[in-house]
Design a binder for this molecule. Structure first.
Ligand code: NAI
Length: 255
């Protein structure tokens, strides 16, 4: 039975992805702060190391899939935490589990990015450059000094999408696929927290996709399960928008 490790497996998109991968016949090693096979805090270097060690132990050092869903949104307790989980909690797991994936059968990894990665601003942010350079302390300091959660969130998703696409070149040569799925608004506790927030609620409500609604976690999970399957064997290094048309609405000429 193929083995796939999934971060953020306890809630929202990660929970739906876990169900879809189990339905596709995979053994799932869920990683989350609670209700998972591996309990770990991906916001710290020690937590990430502990998660990697336990996944290697549970999988026998061989993984067929890795799906990074864990993330925090604009209501996180501080801006640095957004970068710590959404960028470093992903990049360090990709690094730490790459060797196990290299030994898997038709191995594939996937990162949950966001349509927010393309919003104007994050590309030119010094914190984006610091993340890509792997300078965690500096990146978190820049994010906390700026103090704008929506910029930190967009920058974290922009940086991790760029990082994944850069890694795709070397990973592809080793036979490992790596893609990004960029959801638009999806009905999860993270999205609900934005709706309920006095700073971000109105903007979240007003930014409606052309399809006229938010997505369901299962609609993201279906695409993720396809991208992880042998049917997607030539899709590699792609950012796939699953957003009800949000990206087309905002950036029709950029693709
Ligand atoms: P959620 O809040 O339902 O699930 C996130 C999961 O990540 C939770 O189980 C949580 O415990 C886990 N997590 C958070 N911090 C962690 C940490 N330090 N260590 C370990 N696990 C941690 O949220 P949702 O919406 O399912 O988010 C999943 C991913 O989708 C995130 O990366 C998010 O940024 C992304 N996303 C969500 C969108 C939405 O509208 N819901 C839109 C675009 C992207």
């Amino acid at each position: 039975m193929p083995i796939t490790a999934i971060t953020g497996s306890a809630s929202g998109i990660g929970a739906a992805v876990s169900a879809a991968m189990r339905a596709a016949g995979h053994q799932v090693i869920g990683i989350d702060r609670s209700n998972a096979e591996v309990i770990a805090d991906l916001s710290t270097a020690q937590g990430r190391e502990a998660a990697i060690g336990q996944v290697l132990e549970l999988s026998g050092g061989v993984l067929d899939g890795l799906i990074c869903c864990a993330g925090v949104g604009v209501t996180a307790s501080n801006c640095g935490l957004i970068l710590a989980v959404n960028y470093f909690g992903v990049s360090q797991l990709l690094d730490g589990l790459q060797g196990a994936l290299a030994k898997g059968q038709q191995p594939a990894a996937l990162v949950i990015g966001s349509v927010a990665a393309t919003h104007s601003g994050p590309d030119g942010q010094p914190m984006t450059d610091a993340m890509i350079a792997g300078e965690e302390a500096r990146a978190l300091e820049l994010a906390n000094d700026l103090g704008q959660p929506h910029v930190a969130y967009a920058a974290s998703k922009c940086a991790i999408s760029q990082h994944a696409r850069s890694l795709a070149v070397s990973w592809g040569k080793q036979g490992m696929r790596l893609n990004v799925v960029a959801p638009g608004a999806v009905e999860t506790p993270l999205h609900q927290a934005s709706l309920d927030d006095s700073r971000f609620g109105q903007a979240t409500r007003e930014f409606v996709a052309p399809l006229g609604r938010a997505g369901q976690p299962a609609e993201i999970a279906a695409v993720v399960a396809f991208l992880q399957s042998p049917q997607a064997s030539f899709i590699h290094g792609s950012v796939v928008f699953v957003d009800g048309g949000m990206d087309a609405m905002v950036r029709a000429t950029r693709f």
